[in-house]
Design a protein around this ligand. Sequence first.
Ligand SMILES: Cc1cc2nc3c(=O)[nH]c(=O)nc-3n(C[C@H](O)[C@H](O)[C@H](O)COP(=O)(O)OP(=O)(O)OC[C@H]3O[C@@H](n4cnc5c(N)ncnc54)[C@H](O)[C@@H]3O)c2cc1C
Length: 394
Amino acid sequence: MTPDFDICIIGAGVIGLALARQLSRRYSVLILEQADLIGSETSSRNSEVIHAGLYYPPGSLKETLCLRGRALTYQFCQQFDIPHQKIGKLIVSPTNDHPELQRLEHTAQRLAIPLQRLDRHQLHQMEPDVTAAAALWSPETGIIDSHRFMQALQHQAEQAGALLVCRSQMTSAHNHGDAWTVTINTSDGPTTIHCQTLINAAGLEAVALMATIDAGTNTADTNSDARLHNGSQTAERNNTPPVLFPARGHYFSYQGKSPFRHLVYPLPEPGLAGLGVHATLDLAGQLRFGPDVEYLDPQAASSPERYHVSEHLRRPFAAAIRRYWPALDENQLQAAYAGIRPKLSAPGNTAADFVFQRSGPATSPAWHLLGIESPGLTSALAIAEHVEQLLETR
Ligand SMILES: Cc1cc2nc3c(=O)[nH]c(=O)nc-3n(C[C@H](O)[C@H](O)[C@H](O)COP(=O)(O)OP(=O)(O)OC[C@H]3O[C@@H](n4cnc5c(N)ncnc54)[C@H](O)[C@@H]3O)c2cc1C
């Protein structure tokens, strides 16, 4: 069978688009997106922060791809005029001997990430409204216009010949040994295309889609050599899809002038479930707070109400914010938006690493990108490079 495309990418979030840009230089690429617009799920429902790379387990994919991704993202923003600002971040601590402060300092030293310890007085000079005993100043952290970033990725992919089709949902895929037949639901009814390699970058739906794709694969041909990195451990696993633990994060915007000039983060939550309810600014200077962490059952994560932000959250948000900004006027907080993390770790467990898992025969593989939660936006360009290497070396 002669494939119509070398590669079919499922999902036009920031990851699918970065992959399309990277891979369209050497391959013919089709990108399928089920929504009306690119980037309308997790990629437009986040903090838009370019992370420095301080938080992740040593040697993890999150750590290496965040570091490489940060450098590539700043370079890309400068080269292609994407609105961004290296605004810097303060990580604030209620005590000056909190073990997390030292842990972050060691990580910064190990990775040569600039990080400076501030005492109460120095912190006051930088952010007079913030109350904390000590802080860490991370000048490498920045903010980015994620929409302009994704539009630029789409534009460059299309210029290199990639074809993006929205309102096109992949519903099944069947492997024939040397190619895949992919069935797509479009507004004009179902259609099929043939491709050699499938890349599942479906975000929250990637785990379910992996099971769908594997159902269309002759298991005798399946090579289950995927590796799951979890912290410093690397475990071989078979190609059973992992379990998804969707975790919603809500945001409240602040109505009024921001008292902050930098991003303000509390110390990260245990197990890195989230980074704590932090203060971020967008490029227009609008202040917002979030995200918290609320685990959802899979049905709730796919319901039409999945991005609802309840006004009942105002109280717990105000309490979290007052730990570092006691003067907050709670009435200025307004429910804004929510995003859902495609977590692969159960509540209470240490956050799982990004997973790049292969199934299908070596001649026509399917690659599944699973658990691409934060720092996925920062890492997108590095993930694209990494997947290209996987395609070439396996
Ligand atoms: C609350 C929150 C805050 C975050 N903050 C940051 C941050 O500040 N910095 C950072 O670096 N990262 C952050 N992240 C992580 C980052 O947003 C994600 O890692 C990234 O957006 C994931 O992109 P994606 O392309 O994998 O997923 P998505 O953006 O969800 O894209 C997947 C796409 O696949 C499509 N799709 C699904 N199934 C099908 C199908 N069958 N057929 C066709 N299309 C399909 C979907 O419609 C969707 O558009 C945050 C995440 C969350 C939830």
